[in-house]
Each structure stands twice: as structure tokens, then as C-alpha cells.
Design a protein around this ligand. Sequence first.
Ligand code: NDP
Length: 238
Amino acid sequence: MNERTALVTGANKGIGQHIARLLAAEGFRVYVGSRDARRGRRAAEEIGGAARLLVLDVTDPDSIAAAAEQVDRLDVLVNNAGISPSLAPPTETGTDDLRRTYETNVFGVVAVTNSFLPLLRRSPHPRIVNVSSGTGSLTWSTNPNPQFASGSGGAAAYRSSKAALNALTVLYAQTLAEEGFKVNALAPGLRATDLNPRAASAGGDPAEAAAGAVRLALLPDDGPTGAFFSWDGTPVPW
Ligand code: NDP
């Protein structure tokens, strides 16, 4: 039987590295996506086992094409790479901030997903996990940071990028349902990482969030698709 294979984008650190580590522990051959070869190789070595570097900048079409060439089949794609460069409300958000954020968090996911789709179609149980954010919900957020809290209007570029990612999750799920794909979005919860350093005091363990991603990566054939789940498996409202 073929070894199950997974790709995690932005896996050189943070939540992504934890997801890659847990998938490796589940027996997957894991591609550690990293736009920087040196840092990605170090992360893959830390994980050990069947983890290997895949140089991948999700905003660079040439990088995506070159990465896809190196993979022959994929069972799980975790679109984890993300950025949050601005905490401003929409009234103070320039279109450059929006564009930069969407390049990674939205366009990057579409470009990577579509390029790896032929490889996922070779899997008997293809799974796509989009690492979104509870702050991308239009109606729900438990984030204690004032800029991210529900009703605050802050972090407009980031939050609207995750809302767009959520919409695309549903549309991918609908488009690919008959081919057996499960496509779901994950709200990892507040985690202390470089993306969210202010979570250092309030944020939980990134490994806990990673377990939520792995649950969605291992969904059975009768499991949900086109849904939005918190790291602990509870549904999140759109
Ligand atoms: P980190 O900043 O620790 O990790 C982000 C990862 O994305 C890094 O590996 C980074 O690479 C990578 N990345 C950024 N841009 C690109 C790119 N163009 N191409 C490839 N990789 C890229 O943050 P987190 O681990 O916290 O974030 C992971 C995901 O979790 C994100 O999608 C984020 O939105 C989401 N999330 C995080 C929360 C939190 O509280 N931390 C809460 C809710 C959602 P590099 O090191 O090169 O910059």
C-alpha cells in the first residue's frame, strides 16, 4: 500500500510545524512547506521521521509549480501559511494592506490548492484543511485582543481574508464533493506564535490547535465537508 502523504504550507514554525509533527507521528510522509530552505530543512530535521523540506512560497507561482513537480501523490493538503500584517480597522486600511494580506491568505490558498489538485485526485481519501481563524467569522469571536474581538472592526485585512477563505472552503467542498474530497476550515484558537506574539500570556499551546487540524485531515469518508470547526471539534458559525 502507498504511504500516505501530506503537505503543510508554512510549516517551518508555529502551528504549521506542530501540524507537520503530528501528521508524521500518524505515519504520513510529510512535506514541510517553507519559503526559506534553510529554516524549512531545520524544521523538518526537528520533526524527524518521514518529514522532508518542500520549498514553497505560496505567493510565487514559479515556486508552487516547482514544488508540485516534486510530489507524486497527496492525501492531505493543509493550507496553513498565513500573515497578519495590520491590525487597523477598515477605515484605516489601505488597499495595499488588503492586497498583501489576501496574496498569502486567500490567493495563495487558491493557487496552491489548484496546483496540487491533480496530486490530491490520486488519493482514495483526499482531505483539504484550511487554517482559518475564528476572527474571520462574521458573527463569532472569543478573541480577547481588542482589535480582534467580535464587534470591534479591527484587523480588517486579516479578518476579511479569513472570511474569504471560509467562503472558498465551502465552494471547494461543493465542487469536489462527488470526488470524495473533504474540505473544511479550522479555527485554531488563540496561540502564542510569531503571528500573534501578544497571545503569549493568553494563548494556548499551538500543539493543541494542531490536533484539531489533524482531526480534519483524518476525517472518515462519511465525515463532514464544507464546515468550520474550532480546534476542539465544535462547529464555528460563519
Ligand atoms: P506563524 O507566523 O508562526 O507561522 C506562519 C507561517 O506561514 C510561517 O511558517 C511563515 O513562514 C508562513 N508563511 C507566511 N507567508 C508565507 C508565504 N508567502 N509562503 C509560504 N509560507 C508563508 O503563525 P501561526 O503559526 O500562528 O499561523 C499559522 C496559521 O494559523 C495562519 O494561517 C494564521 O492565520 C492561523 N491562525 C493563528 C492564530 C494564532 O493565534 N496564532 C489564530 C487563528 C489563526 P516564514 O517563517 O517564512 O514567515
